[in-house]
Design a binder for this molecule. Structure first.
Ligand code: UD1
Ligand code: CA
Length: 520
């Protein structure tokens, strides 16, 4: 092990990235959880550099704002005119105090770089006492990249850009990855000697190598074990290719730690997300940002989770969640939408076509069907009837609804906030609840039903309905409606099996809701 050294990291991120054809600066394009420059900074982070300088130019304000978020300790240095990678490093070093030690330069557009590779490059460079070391890779198609030119003995002679290369040099498939380690003092010296006599009329950082060789200084080449790490990103086709490579890398490492991915090709997990062992991720699933999936949980198919926590053993099916928390053993979906600050307790259930926002759903509580839960607190073991709306907004301000524990609310309720339903309370189906319901009470808020006998016979004479009504009247009172015979026998069978036939039905009309108790 070499002595710990002073280290400076310089990330080059001033270029426009013309071929991206984007209003967004190239280095800010996202790639599975980080921007391109974010990946580069993450790869360099373990170096523990004294200082990190990011050269900004195109979209400087946007890039600086992003840096303030992801790397507040980094210094942004403006390169107003992009006069080449050598010029960029010259400006970067001019902005920081005279430094000794190692300067690591990384192009801002090589997001697949691994921290270990950067570490190994720097270690090799420092151990050899080299003036400069370049990371190289053997690639099948070197088009557009700088070539590593070696002499007969295999020693680095220079790095030549493709556009300045001879046909023989172009045939070389060993390329410059755009990541380097330099001795600070010798780099500063040599940067002052760069010329612009090349096809682009720019100061090339790569020319530092030829100049050092000419001065008899020791330079080295460190060959990357995995050439895909050195892939740059110049257009959106390359960006998509990098995304697939990174996806495969993330997925493979998860599978190796004991996560089942049923369809890795359609599973997109950000590098910032985590999945614990024995979780099962089904197809078409995206885990973004700081999402964490607990052990034994099942997620997917067709799920997108953004900054969401899924507890151990929970299940999320065909749903979308943003900044939500799904408790251990809870179940979500199919077709649920969890919005920020939706928090589900242990074994809670959020069912089909249910949206939850800024609400707690307590342990074991269920919101099974067709419901909007906004700004609510629901206690434990409560059941919210189908097609309920938590009416949280009066057009000016948002208000909260509180439902206690062991409450059972009827189907098609509106809870007009602010309102409270006590522990063990019930509400009747179809109620618009505007006043608090005390613990253990039945809240009923709807008009009494009246039936106008014979209305169809009088007002819809001659229709099929009138004819059906006539037959029913002829059959006499107490006869089952035609077509009901089958469902009646189903009900009987269900009851025999001890099946909870009102598992759903309860949500539709809680048992004691006699419906005509409005005046009770
Ligand atoms: C560069 C290398 C090439 C190498 C390739 C690896 C040079 C001269 N060539 O070529 O040998 O194979 O990377 O990907 O260095 N930048 C600035 N300021 C500038 C110019 C560029 O900050 O004035 C930044 C860009 O934003 C980019 C990085 O430097 O992040 C590399 O620049 P780019 O133009 O992409 O260089 P390449 O042509 O890819
Ligand atoms: Ca490039």
């Amino acid at each position: 092990m070499s002595q710990p050294r002073l280290r400076t990291v310089v990330v080059l991120a001033a270029g426009e990235g013309k071929r991206m054809k984007s209003a967004l600066p190239k280095v800010l394009h996202p790639l599975l959880g980080r921007t391109l420059v974010g990946h580069v900074l993450a790869a360099a982070a373990p170096l523990g550099a004294e200082r990190t300088v990011v050269v900004v130019g195109h979209g400087a304000e946007q890039v600086r704002a992003h840096l303030a978020e992801i790397a507040p300790d980094a210094t942004g240095v403006l390169q107003a005119e992009q006069r080449g990678t050598g010029h960029a490093v010259r400006i970067a070093l001019a902005a920081v105090p005279e430094s000794a030690g190692t300067v690591v330069v990384i192009n801002g557009d090589v997001p697949l770089l691994r921290p270990d590779t950067v570490g190994a490059l720097v270690e090799a460079h420092e151990r050899a006492g080299a003036a400069a070391t370049v990371l190289a890779a053997e690639v099948p198609d070197p088009t557009g990249l700088g070539r590593i030119v070696r002499d007969g003995a295999g020693r680095l002679e220079r790095i030549v850009e493709e556009r300045d290369a001879s046909p023989a040099e172009r045939a070389v498939r060993e390329v410059n990855a755009g990541i380097y380690a330099f001795d600070a003092a010798r780099l500063r010296d040599t940067l002052g000697k760069l010329s612009t006599e090349n096809d682009q009329g720019e100061e090339y950082l790569t020319d530092v190598f030829g100049l050092l060789v000419g001065a008899g200084e020791p330079v080295a080449v460190h060959v990357a074990a995995d050439a895909t790490e050195t892939l740059g990103c110049n257009d959106r086709v390359e960006l998509a290719a990098l995304r697939r490579l990174l996806r495969d890398r993330v997925n493979e490492s998860l599978m190796r730690t004991g996560v089942t991915l049923l369809d890795p090709d359609t599973t997109w997990i950000d590098v910032t997300a985590s999945v614990d062992r024995d979780a099962v991720i089904d197809q078409n699933t995206q885990l973004r940002g700081t999402t964490r999936v607990g052990t034994g949980a099942t997620v997917g198919p067709d799920v997108t989770l953004v900054d969401t926590v899924v507890g151990a053993g929970a299940s999320v099916v065909r749903s979308h969640a943003v900044q939500a928390e799904v408790g251990p053993g809870a179940s979500v979906g199919p077709y649920a939408y969890l919005r920020p600050a939706a928090r589900l307790g242990e074994k809670a259930k959020i069912g089909t076509f249910v949206e939850v926002k800024n609400s707690e759903v307590g342990a074991g509580s269920k919101v099974p069907h067709l419901t909007y839960v906004g700004d609510a607190t629901i206690g434990e073991q409560s059941n919210i009837g189908a097609a309920t709306v938590f009416v949280n907004y009066d057009g000016v301000a948002k208000h909260r609804t509180v439902i206690g524990s062991h409450a059972r609310t009827g189907a098609d309720n509106m809870f007009v906030a602010p309102v409270r339903v006590g522990d063990g309370a019930y509400t009747a189906a179809g109620s618009v609840i505007v006043d608090d319901v005390p613990a253990g009470a039945m809240g009923v808020a709807r008009a009494r039903q009246r039936n106008i006998e014979g209305w169809v016979r009088k007002r819809r004479a001659g229709t099929a309905a009138a004819e059906a009504a006539r037959r029913a009247e002829a059959a006499g009172p107490g006869a089952e409606p035609a077509g009901a015979a089958q469902s009646a026998s189903d009900r009987a069978a269900g009851a025999r099996e001890g099946e909870a036939i009102h598992g759903d039905a309860e949500a539709v009309h809680p048992a004691p809701t006699t419906g005509d108790t409005a005046t009770d």
